[in-house]
Design a protein around this ligand. Structure first.
Ligand code: LMR
Length: 343
């Protein structure tokens, strides 16, 4: 068996062992034929905050419905990936997706790119002031414009930069091709740092790094580790420069089709899974960082406050650029909710 496959099995066993406590015995599996089966598609590995949340949701729905409602989870872009998961949802080819908040701009909801603004959130509590507050609800309601229903948010965590050199100051980014999600804010952030943004699907990122199509990328450590990006990137710089979170979305048709009691059951199971996911988010990223340190596959760098300030300054214009694109009212409301001044 090739080494990298052995390494990724070891990697998955490691994180699965960490998450062991999180798994509950499946209820009613294999006995009652579900009357309704919900197909939940996502693009990341199972041992990530999103993967664990989706599996917890499956168990809770099947347990609480006595097996009458089944959930099939398709991780790792098995069914649909970044390029087509939203369309598949709108067409009813799948019932639930949980894309990164960075991926709603390209389906006509650029206001979600507020979450991509670099150095905006000091910590996850600040993020939750938005996701659990009126601005977060207003953003989810906007999904109705696309025939979608936003059910809730959950975290992955803060993003780090990786490449085959340390990325500690803006000058280190000059000329690099950096893989980004399909977000204009993140692309502008990379340009402001002197790099060239390259939009690629998540599932293509590791291969693009391995073959040199791109030089670097940004992601929370749990994604970096579970995708084996440490095997193709020599340096990880702990910049904590931006937030990566998700929204769970279904389509209006399915939601209307469910009876009220079933909608309540599915919604409650989801809210409970999102709460669990947020608990998991911190630990999964911390544990992935420990695993990385133990693996010695990539050098890990921490930025000084002065280096963080230099990077924050360099990307500040991105905030004004978004205000011009979606209207400054959104940023004003966001800043007020965060207790911050200016735009
Ligand atoms: C990415 O594309 O980098 C992430 O959004 C993947 C994910 O869903 O965490």
């Amino acid at each position: 068996m090739p080494a990298c496959q052995l390494q990724s099995i070891r990697r998955r066993q490691w994180l699965a062992a960490c998450a062991g406590a999180a798994l509950l015995p499946a209820a009613g599996s294999g006995t009652t034929q579900p009357q309704i089966t919900l197909r939940f598609s996502h693009v990341v590995a199972e041992e990530t905050p999103k993967g664990l949340a989706a599996n917890r949701f499956k168990v809770l729905v099947e347990q609480r419905s006595g097996g009458r409602i089944g959930v099939q989870v398709f991780p790792n872009a098995q069914l649909y990936g970044d390029a087509n998961e939203m369309q598949a949802l709108q067409l009813g080819a799948v019932d639930l997706v949980a894309p990164s908040l960075s991926k709603f701009g390209r389906i006509g909801l650029p206001e979600f790119e507020l979450f991509d603004l670099p150095f905006l959130f000091d910590d996850l509590n600040a993020v939750r002031r938005i996701t659990l507050g009126p601005l977060g609800q207003r953003l989810l309601q906007g999904l109705q414009r696309q025939g979608l229903v936003g059910l809730g948010y959950f975290d992955n965590g803060f993003k780090q930069m990786s490449a085959n050199r340390p990325l500690l100051e803006p000058k280190d980014f000059v000329g690099l091709r950096m893989r980004v999600q399909a977000s204009q804010v993140i692309a502008a952030q990379m340009r402001a740092l002197g790099a060239r943004p390259v939009t690629l699907a998540f599932s293509e990122t590791r291969r693009a790094l391995a073959t040199g199509v791109v030089d670097g990328t940004e992601n929370p450590v749990s994604n970096f580790w579970t995708q084996g990006m440490d095997e193709v990137q020599t340096d990880l710089s702990l910049t904590n420069h931006g937030y990566l979170g998700y929204a769970v979305v279904t389509n209006q048709r399915l939601w209307n089709y469910l009876t009220q009691p079933d909608r309540d059951l599915v919604n409650q199971a989801l809210q409970d899974s999102l709460g669990f996911a947020n608990q998991m988010a911190d630990t999964q990223n911390d544990k992935a960082l420990i695993a990385l340190r133990l693996a010695h596959t990539t050098r890990i760098h921490t930025l000084s406050q002065a280096q963080r300030d230099l990077m924050r300054q360099a990307v500040q214009p991105v905030h004004q650029e978004l205000a011009r694109r979606i209207g400054s009212e959104w940023l004003q409301t966001l800043r007020e909710a965060l207790g911050q001044k200016g735009i």
